[in-house]
Design a protein around this ligand. Structure first.
Ligand code: CDP
Ligand code: CDP
Length: 234
């Protein structure tokens, strides 16, 4: 094969995709691609432009004309920096407003068409760990390793609450977080184009009660199995 390895990591909101993917990328010497950040950036731009989130035509046009840049730091503790049309939106894309609207924007076929094309271009030469909802099914169906992460809604809501706490953000109740997550799960799994689902051949990892380190180790060992590299690391 004339490209570097590709690892596809998919799963629902708050399951640990970002956290785990960036460490796996670092450990394997691959580039980390956060595709959710792209849908978030476009959602931010839609809200910023005052376009209605139901105006599919205007949103499609915006998607066609926008330029997104991502820069993952080597330091896994640093967030991925994101720009859209040369404006940095690294923290703005994590707002509750963007989070509440992103699944609707991501369900628009023209939006997916544009962003998926961009992702495939970036991944042409391989060498990446890409994370999202449709990486193993649509973006890189020929990925060398496909992982599907799962966890209960309750567990994921708890993790999100911890995140808010750690970041010193205003507290959101567990019930609210569970509702948000369940709503996004439903939208992402039931949309017409590229719904969230386990790809054929994907390895499912149930992460309830597992530490981040444990999940990373499982993925790295799956990777070693695929590339039969068990002799190279200790
Ligand atoms: O980190 P979190 O799971 O909250 O979300 P994210 O990965 O940043 O993705 C935000 C939203 O973008 C998801 O809820 C999906 O609606 C959408 N998305 C998608 O449709 N396809 C992807 N490959 C990545 C994200
Ligand atoms: O990207 P995604 O929305 O799937 O999840 P995330 O943004 O990585 O958030 C997951 C949160 O759960 C982070 O605060 C992690 O520290 C925590 N966590 C995890 O990712 N994996 C575990 N096995 C346990 C906790």
């Amino acid at each position: 094969r004339d490209r570097q390895p590709i690892v596809a990591i998919d799963g629902p909101a708050g399951v640990g995709k970002s956290t785990v993917s960036r460490s796996v990328a670092r450990e394997l010497g691959l580039v980390y691609l956060d595709t959710g950040a792209m849908y978030r950036a476009l959602t931010w731009l839609v809200l910023e432009s005052g376009i209605s989130v139901t105006d599919r035509c205007a949103i499609a046009e915006l998607a066609n004309r926008c330029e997104i840049q991502l820069a993952a730091s080597l330091d896994a503790a640093q967030p991925v920096r994101v720009w859209i049309n040369n404006r940095e939106v690294t923290s703005a894309i994590r707002s509750l407003e963007v989070t509440a609207n992103v699944s609707a924007i991501a369900a628009i076929p023209e939006v997916r068409h544009v962003l998926v094309k961009q992702q495939q271009q970036w991944g042409q030469k391989g060498g990446l760990v890409a994370e999202g909802r449709d990486i193993g099914t649509q973006v890189f169906p020929d990925a060398d390793l496909k992982i599907f992460l799962t966890a209960s809604v309750q567990e994921r809501a708890k993790r999100r609450q911890q995140d808010f706490l750690a970041q010193g953000q205003p507290q959101v109740s567990l019930e609210q977080l569970e509702r948000d997550i369940a709503a996004r799960d439903w939208q992402d799994s039931n949309r017409e184009v590229a719904p969230l689902k386990k790809a054929a051949g994907a390895v499912e990892i149930i992460t309830d009660g597992k530490s981040i380190t444990q999940v990373i180790a499982e993925i790295v060992s799956q990777y070693d199995r695929v590339f039969a590299r068990t002799d190279q690391r200790g």
